[in-house]
Structures are given as C-alpha cells and as structure tokens.
Write a protein that binds this ligand. Sequence first.
Ligand SMILES: *[C@@H]1O[C@H](CO)[C@@H](O)[C@H](O)[C@H]1NC(C)=O
Ligand SMILES: *[C@@H]1O[C@H](CO)[C@@H](O)[C@H](O)[C@H]1NC(C)=O
Ligand SMILES: *[C@@H]1O[C@H](CO)[C@@H](O)[C@H](O)[C@H]1NC(C)=O
Length: 205
Amino acid sequence: MAAHKLIVASLLLCCLAETCYGKVLFTSLKRTLDVTASPKLGQVLLAGEDKISGTWVLNKTFPAGTDSSYKTIKLKLCYAPISQRDRAWRKTENELSRDKTCPHKMLAMHYDASNKTVHTFEWLIKKDVPQATYFIRAYAVDSNDVQVAYGQTTNTNKSTNLFQINAISGRHITLDICSICFSAFSVLSLLVFFYIEKRKGKTQK
Ligand SMILES: *[C@@H]1O[C@H](CO)[C@@H](O)[C@H](O)[C@H]1NC(C)=O
Ligand SMILES: *[C@@H]1O[C@H](CO)[C@@H](O)[C@H](O)[C@H]1NC(C)=O
Ligand SMILES: *[C@@H]1O[C@H](CO)[C@@H](O)[C@H](O)[C@H]1NC(C)=O
C-alpha cells in the first residue's frame, strides 16, 4: 500500500518536473553572460587540430542576485543559420529540449557567484565536429541542470562573429592512399614488364 502511494507520488513529481523544467523557452532566458572567443569573423579552423579560447563573465548591468541560481556554465558550439538551411536535424526550436542549434558540448565550468572576474576557457576542437559555420553559446544552468540564462559570441540575429570549422577530410586521405597504391602498382608493372622482356630476349638468343 505504502509502495503504491510512493509510486503515484513519484509519478506525480515526474509530471510536475516535466511541466516545470521540460519546457524552457530560449526566448524566456536573459542574456546575462558576455562571451568572447578567439576565432575572428570568417576565420577557418581545423577540427582535431585547432583550439578555441575565450572568456565569459556576468554582465554587470544586471541587478545583484541575478545569478543566485547559477550553478554551472555550459559552453557549446552552435550552428550558424547558414549551416542549418535545409537541415532539419540542426533546426532551431524555441523550446530548448527540442532545440538542435548547439549539439556540440565544449566545456562545463563551475559557477561561483562570489567570483566576478573574467573567466577564461580553452577547447581543442574535436575531430568529429562537422564542417560548418559556427558561433559559441554559454548557458547558465541551475542545480536541476535547467537553463536559466545565456550568452553568445554572436548577435541576436546570429549574423556577426561567425567562424568556420573545416573537417580533416577523409576523402583526401583515401585519395592519397589510392594514388600511392597506383604509383606502387605502376612501378611494379614496369619491373614485371622489363623482366618479361629480358627473359624473352634471353630465350630468343
Ligand atoms: C551588457 O548588457 C547590456 C544590456 O543588455 C548590453 O548593452 C551590453 O553590451 C552588455 N555588455 C557587454 C560587454 O556585452
Ligand atoms: C576566480 O576565477 C578565476 C578565473 O576562473 C580564477 O582564476 C580565480 O582563482 C577565482 N578566484 C577565486 C577567489 O576563486
Ligand atoms: C535582425 O533581423 C531582423 C529581421 O530580419 C531585422 O529587422 C533587424 O534589424 C536585425 N537586427 C540586427 C541587429 O541585425
């Protein structure tokens, strides 16, 4: 009987949690974080090789206590509109649980409300980051891991300060291997050809 009640209660709690935390709208978040990053407008970086460094800090124009619920700052790599076009799997949704703008986690940093200095970060671009145009966004999340504020390196329209990441192309490596194989094969055929010719010459003598 008690177990029954517990299950019902926890189900109810889950439902409440779902309605309370499940539907965070991006437009409901305040842009309280000032975020900068090293890539300059139009810069091309290489996945697996280049690093992105940057800073984040609480914008001082907001009243004291604005950040009282912030627990962690999560830095993410996000697709610029040009790299979302015709790609439903990268679509921007106002409801954050369904938003696919920022699928690439960079770093998570502990938020200390008593420390208002500019915080720096550095991140080596992972090899599996697809070739696209990006910006960086930071979410402040609370103790329930729910987004409560944000900041980003681009403007609201996501049109400024965008940069490109190029993948180390697998095709180039394959092409290189192919051409090496072909060269080796042609040298080998030439040797075989000469050998046969030589033998022919010998037997004719
Ligand atoms: C801080 O926020 C204000 C108001 O949103 C904005 O005008 C200002 O540019 C921000 N500061 C920085 C350094 O981004
Ligand atoms: C405040 O943050 C900076 C940058 O993250 C760090 O270097 C510094 O040690 C922190 N200060 C305190 C008092 O925690
Ligand atoms: C953002 O886009 C809207 C509509 O396209 C435009 O009216 C507005 O001026 C733009 N704002 C900035 C800051 O570029």
